[in-house]
Design a protein around this ligand. Sequence first.
Ligand SMILES: [Zn+2]
Length: 433
Amino acid sequence: MPDLSVRAIRGRLLSFLRAPRGAGDAESYRYLEDGIVVVKDGRIDAVGAAADLAARLPAGTPMEQHPDALIVPGFIDPHIHFPQTQVIASYGAQLLDWLNRYTFIEEQKYADPKHAAHNAEFFLDELARNGTTTAVAYCTAHPASAEALFAAAHNRNVGMIAGNAVMNRNAPPGLLAPAATAIADSRDLIRRWHGKGRQRYAVTPRFAITSTDAQLAELGALLAEFPTCLMQTHLDENLDEIALIKKVFPNDASYTAVYHRFGLLGPRSLMGHCIHLEESEVALLHDTRSVAVFCPTSNLFIGSGLFDYARLKAAGVRIALATDVGGGTSYSMLRTAAEAYKVMQLQGQNLPALSAFDLMTRGNAAALGLENEIGSITPGAFADLVVLDARATPAMAHRMETIRDIEEELFVLMTMGDDRAVRQTYIAGKPAL
Ligand SMILES: [Zn+2]
């Protein structure tokens, strides 16, 4: 009688062992031309060359074959806005105007649990279609929005990290209304969802402008009370935003210093954007081991500026890569990597394909402190995988005729690929498409 919880997935396997030191760093990854992943109870039980493993599998083990396709760990998106699936592609505004004209209007709809539940299913479907198997998501100020996302994710056994965006000033009354209960709502959501199955909570001040000192202090205290939670917020995205910060917090040395004053920086803190940083802010991010989250499609679309990857890397700041939908313009981490490459090119920097794929998988997992659970094809990790086809379109197939090695294939995937290149997504070993 075969063990029904065991299944195997076969194809070309690529997984990173550490951050590549640059193009050509073959020691940074493990590549198997014909490999097998054995999955048991949603986790990876064994990985190896088909020539070794195939004969050792118990008779009757179901095997899904992906000849020619490249199987990598599922992509991880560490900064995305769940309530902005109908804000993406909103025309003609920079950050503060974009928030007021589009985002703050749309987010008020998430007071309705039915609207939130319906859009949570869409959101998770769309992530899976793009090969993203874990995301760190902002919800709205209404607890119904985070509740809907966690419930839908738990049902699918997909590991999500989310938090309700807490605000008590400088936003419409419909979003401020829950402010009185915001901290209690967050605590309640943490108790209900943090650590339930694969769900985790992120304490979420939207950004410093939309919370008073008192509320930021409460959020810092909440993070101290639940130190295994993550923290997500926005930092130094846009020059008008920074000018407003100086007005709202006249006594703080910098935008980053505001978060630091309230205990919101640390190794589990994800700081979205980090474009216009002063030197003292770079030092604070480094010293607190906070993560700077690079959101290239959003930074270009909203006209915020160019993330200086080389500067932060040289300063030893931890870096992650994210879509930031709906300021970002694509759910695809492949499209995101392509725009990251261009943002770096404009500054005389390069993003090798190895580094981009490491960032989207192992690197982002490490940024979340979850590298033992996700982001690699290693025994013990969840079998969250994406099956990629670098010949998904005629133009890609044509280009692939001249490709010589795996690094060139990865570069075609990140430069020309999108959801069409995703042949299958596995979440805890089960096909999601
Ligand atoms: Zn954002």
